[in-house]
Write a protein that binds this ligand. Sequence first.
Ligand code: GLU
Length: 376
Amino acid sequence: MSAETGLGAAKRIVVKIGSALLADDDGAIHHPWLSDLAADIAAMRGSGSELMIVSSGAIAVGRRLLKLQRGPRNRALRLEESQAAAAAGQIRLAHAWQDVLAHHDVAVAQILLTLEDTESRRRYLNARGTLATLLKLGVVPVINENDTVATDEIRFGDNDRLAARVAQMTSADACVILTDVDGLYSADPATDGAARHLGQVTEITPEIEAMAGAPRSADGSGGMVTKIAAARIAVAAGCRLIIADGRARRPLAALHAGARCTTFMPAANPLTARKRWIAGSLNPVGELGVDAGAVQALGQGRSLLPAGVVSVSGNFQRGDLVLVRGPDGTAVGRGLSAYSAADAGLIRGHKSSEIQRLLGYRGREEMIHRDDLVLR
Ligand code: GLU
């Protein structure tokens, strides 16, 4: 096995399966492939790992069931059509998983999550508790986005980030994204003969992000961009993320045998649980523009003080997640604001000793305390 993936040593693993692997162009489930994958999953469990599956495909399968295939296959569905398709397809998908894993005496449990479930800390902790209980009971959770209730603004929209979020939530050691390409390339291998395959990524630099290009997979909504966003979430949580080709039969066995893939290495100093949650959250509700001095101080691990804040936008309350932008507009981090947008607007640019005079109460000295702040 390739030591690089670290898969053999991983105790808790999330495996994400893209729609295009699970179902054909017509939305028919690839049963033989799925049964083989179930054998892989059973084998990994047999060698002592806990497995979770994030399975796409509800919409692809449901489309067929509801005869929403009119015209070219990838005619974009309207939101309510894709939600209806997801509702019909999810049952079929869950049954398919149940059937193939039952052959190996493995019980499955369905978990449908929305972005809101992972953004609200209470719901996040609840979902985490349920997943932990299922794993303890030896059950394989089969997870998907709750597409029927998620509206555009509050969707993950892709299961890559959902899988990374689940990995983070459950403190998994590895998150394997099975897709239709064997990893990350320096350019699109389909159009550029000089494209180089990357076996290992130790840091997600802007160059790495630039390699992702535009989404290109025909099915699903991911592409490389969301896979890299997923890698960012996973590695910050101390979890390695592996992008691998899932098209062949028994793709996980192939990975064990050293098949080519890209491994994003986990951060050496994983964030605390609280910071992981901040780093993985997707929906900041406001922004704080800060000056160059503040950017430097943040880089040295200090808190964000009101004095370094030059602008406040959005409508946020105390404790809400906000994005921090430097003078050139680049996002430097995100964190939980100790002040509401209104109060932040009043104290921005001022010394902390002036807070009481400006607001009439004595709040925290920091706009965002360093424990509540994650740099990107
Ligand atoms: N949740 C969607 C489905 O099950 C898939 C999202 C994705 O393509 O990643 O159909």
